[in-house]
Design a protein around this ligand. Structure first.
Ligand code: XLS
Ligand code: NI
Ligand code: NI
Length: 447
């Protein structure tokens, strides 16, 4: 990858390529742990972690919240004379940022990249112009598309949902938008296409036909899948679970719910999950719980790497910084075999009062360092087989003999019950939770 900015304007002046300087460094604009070329296990760090920058948070979100106006003076917007010119500057700023940071992937919604036009056709044309530019920039910089998606939640027309909207005309418009976003994703050689259920859920059961809405969602996803496959899309489709916000109840509540839905509608061959840490927390789950659940069901796909604020009940989308959490997450991801099409997408935003241009860099650097530490720890746990061997032993009675026959379904209830003849010490075995928690802490402090 080359250092890149298009020459018209440098949007992050004074900031060069971010380098790995090691843990002794006190340079805020350097990696302390993320050393992209370093081999961990069998792969380079960068190939394990596959970091992606989220276009929407880093280049569109402006710091506005329900109580106050924008605070981020995006330099790529202030000197533009039209929405298309702003989009053109923004994509140049984005690729400058990706290359300076040394991230090889990005993710975007259609409307992040190109502004909505006055008609569906104009919106599509706007997107095509920016996609053509993105294609050139990808080629020049080596940055690739992790996944694309459509924003089906911002415009007022989607206030009652998109695929689950009670009005058919809105469903058709949503389909038109998804078709264009799939075309864009294919054109940019995206590894995946994500469906986060923006407003696919309900605010009140009193006005909702829940059965029909869920059937419509399944129908919509099947038709999108069929179209994309016909166009030659080989990547993964992801559903991104979230239990609430913006609706009171989102249909894609959590991984287990999504898995049941995918199976019920025979979508599980094409769809996997994109798991977001903050959404796991909103669903009352640990991040690692969602990752392990997905892996156990064979639908682990990609990750939206962020964190919530445990004392707030909403999607604060902060940058990840807890080594404990990244270690447990990377342990789950490595056990699942690592990423194939997916990666760690920073679906995270800097705070409203983070107004220095360098804040965006520092936020990503911290997140990348946190996952680099998590990866190192997870790899050590796997290499030592310290926890894995304990877990295997815990289930060893199913490896041979009657336990193995039970697993294979060779024992009916009468045969199984006949084997349950002793009381004695059976079942009185320690789960060793505290010991295992201590082991994790030992790894965290490098002892
Ligand atoms: C919102 C979601 C969203 C998706 C992409 O909570 O996290 O940002 O990742 O549509
Ligand atoms: Ni997300
Ligand atoms: Ni989110």
């Amino acid at each position: 990858m080359t250092d890149y900015f298009v020459g018209k304007k440098e949007y992050f002046p004074g900031i060069g390529k971010i380098k790995y300087e090691g843990e002794e460094s006190d340079n805020p604009l350097a990696f302390k742990y993320y050393d992209p070329e370093r081999i961990v296990g069998k792969k380079k760090m960068k190939d394990h972690l596959r970091f992606a920058v989220a276009y929407w948070h880093s280049f569109c979100a402006d710091g506005a919240d329900p109580f106050g106006a924008a605070t981020h003076p995006h330099p790529w917007i202030v000197d533009a004379h039209s929405p298309m010119e702003a989009a053109d500057h923004k994509i140049e700023a984005a690729f400058e940022f990706f290359t300076k940071l040394g991230v090889e992937w990005y993710a975007f919604h259609d409307r992040d990249m190109a502004p909505e036009g006055d008609t569906p056709l104009e919106s599509e044309k706007n997107l095509q112009v920016l996609v053509a530019k993105a294609k050139v920039l990808q080629k020049e910089t080596g940055v690739k598309l992790l996944w694309g998606t459509a924003n089906l939640f911002n415009h007022p027309r989607f206030m009652n949902g998109a695929a689950t909207n009670p009005e058919f005309a809105v469903v058709a418009l949503a389909a038109r938008q998804v078709k264009a976003a799939i075309d864009a994703t294919i054109e940019l050689d995206g590894q995946g296409y994500t469906f986060w259920g923006g407003r696919e859920g309900y605010m009140s059961l009193l006005n909702t036909d829940l059965k029909r809405e869920k059937e419509h969602l399944a129908r919509f996803l099947s038709t999108a899948r069929d179209y994309a496959r016909k166009q030659g899309f080989k990547g993964a489709f992801y559903i991104e679970p979230k239990p609430m916000e913006p609706t009171k109840h989102q249909y894609d509540y959590d991984v287990e719910t999504v898995a049941g839905f995918l199976r019920a509608y025979h979508l599980d061959n094409d769809f996997k999950v994109n798991i977001e840490a903050n959404h796991a927390e909103l669903a009352g789950h640990d991040f690692a719980h969602e990752l392990e659940t997905a892996a156990s069901l064979g639908i682990f796909g990609s990750v939206d790497a962020n964190r919530g604020e445990p004392r707030n009940g909403w999607d604060t989308d902060q940058f990840p910084n807890s080594y404990y959490e990244t270690a447990l997450a990377m342990y789950a991801i490595l056990k699942a075999g690592g990423f194939t099409t997916g990666g760690l997408n920073f679906d995270a935003k800097i705070r409203r009062n983070s107004v220095d241009l360098s804040d965006l860099f520092e936020a990503h650097i911290g997140g990348m360092d946190a996952f680099a530490v998590g990866l190192e720890i997870a790899q050590r746990i796997i290499d030592d087989d310290s926890i894995g061997s304990f877990v295997r032993k815990r289930y060893a009675s199913f490896d041979t003999g009657d336990g193995a026959r039970f697993e294979k379904g060779e024992l009916d209830l009468t045969a199984l019950a006949a084997l349950g003849s002793e009381y004695g010490k059976i079942g009185i075995t320690s789960g060793k939770q505290e010991y295992l928690e201590n082991v994790i802490n030992q790894y965290l402090f490098g002892l």
